[in-house]
Design a protein around this ligand. Structure first.
Ligand SMILES: O=C(O)C1=C[C@@H](OP(=O)(O)O)[C@@H](O)[C@H](O)C1
Ligand SMILES: C=C(OP(=O)(O)O)C(=O)O
Length: 460
């Protein structure tokens, strides 16, 4: 069993003077909701927006200020890698509740460095095309779990663009490439059915290719389309107009990427478990800083939760989810990174849930279909894993050890179930630091009003 690394919260949820259990050394007892919620909170910045804006700022024609960015493991890895490649990134005081703003000053991109991708899809898929613009060798590797995430499309794409890539033939991390300081670009066909990040990674850098890029997706399915739309929107905000003449084809002209100060929206996918809590515990959860318009897929959570039984209301800059006492199953195609949250709610529902179109989740932080089926079944649930999704049927659940598989969204899925099922313990809650280091602090803090359960096992 993996032991938590940093689960000790920054404040003492048991009361100021109460002894803090050494729970960072054991499983985290997911708190059970004992009363309806009346929560109001803002989430830290979006991972997807922060890492896109970091890349674009590093390639821009002058300094950019990122206001209220996410500070988490995935963004720290991106910052470290861009600094290694020659970008100056300074933390400067800002108004954000969750850490400093980032001032990004582009520099000449140079190689001779090794990049640690951790388990971050955005780092491993967005940075190889950036490194191809650097002068010199750049080596890429990551966590053991990163070596099984799909990378062949990026390796093949870079080779097709004339970049010298050395790998062991598996089409996976680790590999290295030799940047010559320029990429000509032109026409390129790729199969992006394993991840939209292959498309996003190429589009983000393509304005800097000498001839731009005409990119064609040749595979059967294109997952996570909202994330590609987010990429196109962030480019447009910096003056790069990406044409999309037909589905699966994008044309990026060679162009300057404009420097720009940008407000990073709160992470709406990370808001998902908090909003789900209203459905499971009853009462209401209000997430503030909710954008009026967004390309974040997490915004779909409002519609999904409504279909699953919640009442959803909006006011300017906020969204409130209120539980009605009922949790219904749902049929949902392409739930993208929201799937683990939806699956956790579904395990507590009164009717069947059918999730389809998410085969590519097998290449996420872990094989999420297998992980969700295994863990929900282990606590008494009834789950069938299909080729491209999950079928989850109602059945009473019981407590037990919930494994996270180094996957932040598996950990938070366990926490959602734990609200309704006594005795759920998460083996590695610290894995939430990938995109939300404050998870425990927020989940059991005064703004959520969920009372933490003292640990009963796993302590040294
Ligand atoms: O571009 C992005 O920021 C992301 C794209 C999606 O990846 P896939 O297309 O691999 O699902 C999503 O699941 C991931 O969490 C973030
Ligand atoms: C799939 C995810 O992450 P990554 O960016 O590492 O692909 C995710 O956050 O759900």
């Amino acid at each position: 069993m993996a032991l938590s690394r940093i689960a000790k919260p920054q404040f003492n949820p048991y009361g100021d003077d109460a002894p803090q259990p050494e729970r960072e050394l054991g499983p985290w007892p997911a708190p059970v909701a004992t009363a309806p919620l009346r929560a109001r909170l803002q989430l830290p910045g979006s991972k997807s927006l922060t890492n896109r804006e970091l890349v674009l700022a590093a390639l821009a024609d002058g300094p950019s200020l990122l206001r209220a960015p996410l500070h988490s493991r995935d963004t720290a890895l991106m910052i470290e890698a861009l600094r290694a490649l020659g970008t100056r990134i300074d933390e400067v005081p800002g108004d954000g509740e969750y850490g400093a703003d980032l001032l990004v000053t582009p520099g000449e991109l140079s190689g001779g460095v090794s990049i640690d991708c951790g388990l971050a899809g955005t780092v491993m898929r967005f940075l190889p095309p950036v490194a191809a613009l650097a002068l010199g060798p750049v080596a890429f590797d990551g966590d053991p779990g990163a070596r099984r995430r799909p990378m062949r499309t990026i390796v093949d794409a870079l080779r097709a663009l004339g970049v010298d890539v050395n790998d062991d033939g598996r089409g996976a991390l680790p590999f290295s490439l030799y940047g010559t300081g320029a990429v000509e670009g032109g026409e390129l066909a790729i199969d992006a059915s394993a991840s939209s990040q292959f498309v996003s990674g190429l589009l983000l850098v393509a304005p800097r290719f000498t001839r731009g890029l005409t990119l064609r997706h040749t595979g059967e399915r294109l997952p996570s389309l909202p994330h590609i739309e987010m990429t196109i929107a962030t480019l447009a905000d910096r003056g790069v107009e990406v044409a999309n003449p037909e589905p699966g084809v994008w044309v990026v002209p060679p162009s300057t990427i404009a420097a720009r100060d940008v407000d990073i929206e709160p992470d709406l996918s990370n808001a998902g478990p908090f909003l789900a809590a209203a459905l499971v515990a009853g009462g209401s959860v209000t997430v503030t800083g909710w954008p009026a318009e967004t390309t974040q897929v997490g915004a779909q959570m409002a519609v999904i939760l409504e279909r699953m039984g919640a009442t959803v209301t909006r006011a300017p800059g906020e969204l409130t989810v209120t539980g009605t006492g009922a949790i219904h199953g749902i049929e949902l195609d392409e739930a993208s990174e929201l799937a683990p949250t939806v699956a956790a709610i579904a395990a507590l529902a009164d009717s069947e849930t059918v999730l389809t179109g998410i085969a590519h989740l097998r290449g996420h932080e872990t094989d999420r279909l297998a992980a969700l089926a295994t863990e929900i079944t282990a606590v008494g649930g009834d789950v069938t894993e299909t080729d491209d999704g999950l079928i989850i049927r109602p059945r009473p659940l019981r407590g037990g050890l919930w494994h996270s598989y180094e996957d932040h969204r598996m950990a938070t899925a366990g926490a959602i179930i734990g609200l309704a099922v006594p005795g759920i313990e998460i083996d590695d809650i610290a894995t939430t630091a990938k995109t939300l280091p404050q998870f425990v602090e927020l989940w059991t803090g005064p703004r959520m009003g969920i009372v933490p359960t003292p640990p009963t096992s796993g302590l040294l």
